[in-house]
Design a protein around this ligand. Structure first.
Ligand SMILES: [Zn+2]
Length: 481
């Protein structure tokens, strides 16, 4: 069995290397990717016969297999997206607006009517792909049943909670964050998108594309933000040399920062386009949070333990991203004055509230899908509209779900956020109780590094799932200085 696991790790590393090359616009080989995928599926199918049903490793193996078994259905969905989801006349630069550059369009188009019209067109076209999305999800559910565990079961076990606790955590965060979101969101929407903008779902989507962060761009003009991020993790006692940073600008490179754990902890890569303002720094810190986590994993951990579930993974990424809410960091590292600090904290608060309301709505819909409460994609979409209304007070348009990465894939990735946020309330309370500049004292974060090392079994205290601390931070903050 050991040699089999070693083989799997080696093939996974080769496949991740190819995927990293493909997404960053370097040479990659589609035939080789297909061959590696097939090889991996064969190896996992051998492995699954050797792992006992009730062994903890089985969760990680079953999750890997669910993905391997549904690759062709997933590719069919992606092919449909490429084929149908484009606007006939509207453009971003000289390219037609498609599903893939919609974020860039929404981040730059001021006219509410035009943003709404383009999204409506893509939503209308998405009716062509709804059947394939439904087919892909149905196949995932079938595979999950075959191995006797859903992503919901695996997530709960890995994160140390049960389904009722998870539901009540998400509901509390969503319900409690709504009033503060409803106060803050319209004022930012009008400030950024124009006095007469309706501050509706279309505007929420524009702010989700980080338009709010553009308010801080003038404060970081001319600063080498990639270098700032690199120096930051070094100050915290992580070794930047252990993370490969691809900062080269290439035409076909995916525009957002991303991380790939090619062979953790030894080969962890970040891709980022060095142009971009405050938003790029924020995204880069988030991905670096994942990267320092993966590169800090105990190398002797069994392979399956080096596969943290989403709640644990998002705890560390959001931890590093939240540095941009630390006044001492903003002053010392970015040289912000008091007015700039206040602007950055306001933007961060809005961002946190969007995550706590809108992502909670997405999270609960995904939980409902996997618990069986929402049996198919249409039911998932109905839940999303219901929870969206409940947590944000906004009307989610019918037919939106196919455009949403989390809803379309019913992925637990998004459920990682409310869980991570609950923990971060406690982590930040603890850090802020010490010296103000904890972020440049490696010993201040030693405890956190202990949780990082353990991978899938991070072992966070159960009390950290109590959302009171994070609600106090975002919903009723005592404005910090
Ligand atoms: Zn993340």
């Amino acid at each position: 069995m050991d040699t089999l696991v070693e083989q799997i790790e080696m093939i996974e590393a080769r496949l991740s290397d190819q995927m990293f090359r493909r997404i960053t616009g370097l040479d990659s080989d589609a035939d080789r990717i297909a061959a590696l995928n097939a090889e991996l599926k064969t190896l996992y199918l051998k492995l699954v016969n050797l792992v006992q049903h009730d062994e903890p490793a089985m969760d990680a193996v079953a999750q890997a297999l669910m993905w391997r078994h549904t690759l062709s259905e997933y590719e069919e969905v992606m092919a449909g997206i490429s084929r149908y989801l484009r606007h006939p006349t509207r453009k971003v630069g000289d390219q037609p607006v498609t599903f893939f550059n919609l974020p860039t369009f929404e981040a730059s188009e001021d006219s509410h009517a035009m943003r709404q019209e383009v999204r409506q067109h893509l939503m209308d076209e998405a009716t062509h792909i709804v059947d394939s999305i439904d087919g892909c999800l149905a196949r995932q559910r079938e595979v999950a049943a075959e191995y006797g565990r859903t992503p919901l079961d695996c997530f709960c076990r890995a994160e140390g909670l049960d389904e009722p606790t998870l539901r009540s955590l998400i509901e509390t965060i969503g319900d409690q964050a709504r009033p503060a979101f409803e106060r803050l969101f319209p004022s930012y929407a009008r400030r950024i998108l124009g006095e007469d903008t309706p501050a509706d779902f279309t505007d929420l989507m524009a702010l989700c594309r980080n338009r709010d962060m553009q308010l801080c761009d003038p404060f970081v003009g001319g600063v080498n933000l990639v270098e700032v991020a690199r120096r930051t993790i070094q100050m915290m006692g992580f070794d930047p040399e252990r993370i490969t940073m691809d900062v080269e600008a290439r035409p076909a490179k995916f525009p957002s920062a991303l991380v790939m754990a090619v062979r953790p902890p030894h080969d962890v890569r970040i891709s980022v386009l060095p142009s971009g303002g405050f938003n790029m720094l924020c995204a880069l810190l988030h991905e670096l949070g994942h990267a320092v986590h993966y590169s800090s994993l105990e190398p002797n951990l069994p392979l399956w333990k080096r596969r943290p579930d989403f709640g644990t993974a998002e705890t560390f990424s959001n931890w590093l991203e939240m540095l941009l809410e630390q006044p001492s960091y903003l002053r010392a590292v970015l040289g912000f004055n008091e007015e700039q600090v206040a602007e950055a904290l306001g933007v961060a608060r809005l961002r946190g509230l969007i995550i706590m309301t809108w992502r909670s709505a997405l999270s609960l819909s995904v939980v409902d899908f996997w618990s069986g409460a929402a049996p198919d994609f249409a039911a998932l979409e109905e839940r999303l509209r219901e929870y969206g209304r409940r947590f944000t007070g906004l009307e989610v348009p019918e037919g939106y779900a196919p455009l949403d990465h989390f809803a379309r894939n019913a992925t637990f990735n998004v459920v990682g956020f409310p869980v991570a946020y609950a923990r971060l309330g406690h982590i930040y309370t603890q850090l802020e109780a010490g010296e103000a500049e904890w972020w440049c004292r490696p010993e201040a974060i030693n405890e956190l590094k202990g949780y990082m090392k353990r991978g899938r079994d991070a072992g966070f205290p159960t009390e950290w799932l109590d959302p009171e601390a994070i609600l106090a931070r975002y919903v009723h903050p005592n404005v910090t200085g």
